[in-house]
Design a protein around this ligand. Structure first.
Ligand SMILES: [Zn+2]
Length: 393
């Protein structure tokens, strides 16, 4: 049986918008969808318009008092103390009108994606507005209000309590909110591969953070050195993910695809190219089919070069989910012509970057060696879970 792949989206998700000068710009979703359509990769039947998460769904992860405060701060009638109490008193994550509705819609989209895949209504599903991995149970953080990834995982834990869930986070920032939400839960394994927190928000994600209690060993952190390039990044992925999946034996994969590890990204110091954004989904896709009978939900995340990086990276992800090989394709001229007028930078003519024309990064060998030692340390003590009898359906 050929199963479908669903794309959770409606233009309403672009209402998650702080202000014009804020780096988190939902326009990237419109640019991405438009590029997918230019490649004829997205059909009407695949679209799944998101419905907002209910308060009960949000409360699977978030405190009720926090949800109430977010609602209050979404209107006009709040105090500086209210903002401080829910983490909206920073430049990073300021309040905006209808914030609760916008954030609940994104969380609801991730719940729908998870629901559809878990119920086998579709094989894979993507919610690129999601991946808001920094939100904590009672505090907004790092552009994130409700942690849709955590809410989706918690929904699965409630409705499919026998499933083991693997969360893979390749955003350049540590997936802290999801890690802390399931830190002591042995049924949820979180893997985050990110730039070291030494110089970057949120500062956590050291390999020594390994989980707590029954969940000890099921939190895996791989903090990469600043200026890591493609080869070392891909070597890290290949060293970490297959081994973790084999040990943990998950039933369901949820992956977060922040694409801010790219060299063009203005907020981070990793130095990869578009190559990794083909490699990451390809590897996860293979593992999902080998271990999880295909159960895979992909989320968005960070990505602050909205013109040159995000549309290409997420189009490559979506192409992979649909078994579509775009390896030799140029970026359609019609897409570039349409958006070039607005873009402050020249839009790339190809899906991959001319890395050989980029200025070399000094200390490449040293960075590579350092990342290898980090991987060794990160993989110490990942528990080996007994293999289940998997009936192929
Ligand atoms: Zn597949």
């Amino acid at each position: 049986m050929i199963m479908s792949v669903r794309f959770v989206f409606s233009e309403h998700v672009t209402r998650y918008f702080f202000h014009e000068q804020h780096p988190f710009n939902p326009k990237r979703l419109l640019l991405t969808v438009d590029l997918m359509q230019a490649f004829h990769l997205l059909t009407e039947e695949q679209l799944l318009p998101p419905q907002p998460a209910s308060d009960d769904e949000l409360a699977l992860v978030h405190n009720r008092s926090y949800i109430d405060l977010i609602k209050k701060c979404s209107g006009n009638d709040y105090t500086p103390d209210d903002l401080a109490a829910c983490g909206l008193d920073t430049e990073d994550t300021p309040p905006f009108p209808h914030m609760h509705d916008a954030a609940a819609l994104i969380a609801g989209g991730t719940v729908q994606a998870v629901q559809h895949v878990a119920n086998r209504d579709c094989e894979h599903a993507a919610n690129l507005a999601g991946g808001l991995h920094h939100a904590l149970t009672g505090k907004a953080s790092g552009f994130c209000v409700y942690n849709d990834a955590s809410v989706g995982i918690a929904w699965l834990r409630k409705h499919f309590p026998d499933m083991r869930i693997l969360y893979i986070d390749t955003d350049a920032h540590h997936g802290d909110g999801v890690q802390w939400a399931f830190y002591d839960d042995p049924a949820v394994c979180t893997v985050s591969i990110h730039e070291t927190g030494r110089y970057l928000f949120p500062g956590t994600g050291d390999y020594s953070e390994r989980g707590d209690g029954q969940g000890y060993g099921f939190t895996i952190n791989v903090p990469l050195d600043a200026f890591t390039e493609d080869d070392s990044y891909i070597e890290t992925l290949e060293a970490v993910l297959p081994e973790v999946v084999d040990k943990v034996q998950p039933d369901f994969v949820i992956s977060q695809h922040g694409c801010d590890a790219h060299r063009f990204d203005p907020l981070t110091h990793l130095a990869t190219s578009m190559r990794i954004y083909r490699h990451i989904p390809r590897l996860i896709h293979r593992l999902a089919h080998t271990y999880c009978d295909g159960r895979w939900v992909a989320l968005g995340g960070g990505g602050y070069d909205i013109w040159r990086v995000v549309p290409r990276a997420w189009t490559l992800l979506w192409a992979e989910m649909n078994d579509h090989d775009l390896s030799c394709s140029p970026v359609p001229a019609a897409w570039r012509e349409k958006w070039q007028k607005e873009s402050p930078v020249p839009l790339p003519p190809t899906l991959y970057d001319p890395v050989d024309q980029w200025k070399p990064i000094p200390r490449r060998a040293e960075i590579t060696e350092k990342n290898r030692r980090t991987v060794e340390r990160a993989l110490i003590g990942v528990p080996k879970v007994a293999q289940k009898n998997r009936g192929k359906g």
